[in-house]
Design a protein around this ligand. Structure first.
Ligand code: DGL
Length: 263
C-alpha cells in the first residue's frame, strides 16, 4: 500500500485523546485513524515516567504493526515522558502535545493563567521549559483524580464540580485571564469548568495546534492522503479489561467531541 494511504495512529492513556482525534478528523477528513486508548493503564499521570515510556512503547509498537504512517501522542503526559525517546527510536513522524501555555500567555488581558495538568506533566522538563518562556503569570495546578472521573464517564454534575472547586477555588480570588486545559481528558470537562469559573475566563486547549502540527509533519514527509471527498475511517483499540464497554464508550466520546458539545 502506498504510504500516503496508511492510517495515522493516535493514542492516549484512555478517553482524553479522543478530543484531539476529533480535531484531527475535522482538519484531515480523508485520513484513516487508528485510536488506541490505554484505558487499562490509566491514569498515566500518577505513574513513574519510565513506566509511561514503557507503556507508550508498547502502544506504539501495536500501532506500527498495524501499518501506521505517523503517530500522534494525544496525551500531554505521555509526550513529556516518551516523545523524545520515541522520536529517536522510530522512523515515522511522532507528533506530541504540550499544555497550551504559550497561546494563553499571549492572549490580551490581565490576570493569571491557571495551568491544569497531571502531576507528571507539570514535573517534567518540557513544562519547565515552557514556564521559563511563558510562565510569568502562570500558576500550575496538578489535578489528581480528574482523569479517573472522565474515564468513568463523569463529565458534569456535583461530583465533578466539587473536585474542580477544590483545585480552582484558591486561585479565583484574584483576576484570572485564562485556564489552560493541559491534559486532554480535561477538554471533556469544559462545561463543568465553566460552571465553576463563570464565563469571563478563556478556556484554552492545544488540540487545534496539535492537529495543525500533524498536518505540517505529514506534508513535510509527503505522507498526506489526498482529499477525494470520501470520509476516512476510524478504528478503536483498547487495553481495558471490558473491551466491549470501553469501545462503546470511546465511540460515544468521539460523537460528543465531533458535535462540539464539549466546546
Ligand atoms: N490525557 C492525558 C494527558 O493529556 C492524561 C492522563 C493520565 O492518564 O493521567 O495528560
Amino acid at each position: 500500500m502506498e504510504q500516503r494511504h496508511q492510517p495515522i495512529g493516535v493514542f492516549d492513556s484512555g478517553l482524553g485523546g479522543i478530543s484531539v482525534l476529533a480535531e484531527a478528523m475535522s482538519l484531515l477528513p480523508a485520513e484513516d485513524f487508528i485510536y488506541y486508548g490505554d484505558n487499562g493503564n490509566a491514569p498515566y499521570g500518577d505513574k513513574h515516567p519510565d513506566q509511561v515510556l514503557e507503556l507508550s512503547r508498547a502502544v506504539v509498537d501495536d500501532l506500527l504493526k498495524r501499518n501506521c504512517k505517523a503517530v500522534l501522542i494525544a496525551c500531554n503526559t505521555a509526550t513529556s515522558a516518551a516523545a523524545a525517546s520515541l522520536r529517536a527510536e522510530l522512523t515515522v513522524p511522532v507528533i506530541g502535545m504540550e499544555p497550551a501555555l504559550k497561546p494563553a500567555a499571549l492572549m490580551p488581558g490581565q490576570g493569571a493563567v491557571l495551568v491544569l495538568a497531571t502531576r507528571m506533566t507539570l514535573r517534567l522538563p518540557k513544562f519547565s521549559g515552557l514556564m521559563e518562556l511563558y510562565g510569568q503569570d502562570a500558576q500550575p495546578i496538578p489535578c489528581p483524580g480528574l482523569v479517573e472521573l472522565v474515564e468513568q464517564g463523569e463529565l458534569e454534575g456535583e461530583q465533578v464540580e466539587e473536585m474542580l472547586r477544590g483545585f480552582l477555588a484558591p486561585y479565583l480570588d484574584r483576576p484570572v485571564k485564562a485556564i489552560v486545559l493541559g491534559c486532554t481528558h480535561y477538554v471533556f470537562l469544559r462545561k463543568a469548568i465553566r460552571q465553576v469559573v463563570g464565563d469571563g475566563v478563556a478556556l484554552v486547549d492545544g488540540n487545534l495546534g496539535t492537529a495543525m502540527q500533524l498536518l505540517r509533519k505529514l506534508r513535510e514527509g509527503g505522507l498526506e492522503k489526498l482529499d477525494t471527498g470520501i470520509q476516512g475511517k476510524v478504528a478503536f483499540l483498547t487495553s481495558a479489561p471490558d473491551r466491549k464497554a470501553a469501545l462503546d464508550q470511546m465511540a460515544a466520546m468521539l460523537a460528543l467531541a465531533r458535535t462540539s458539545a464539549v466546546a
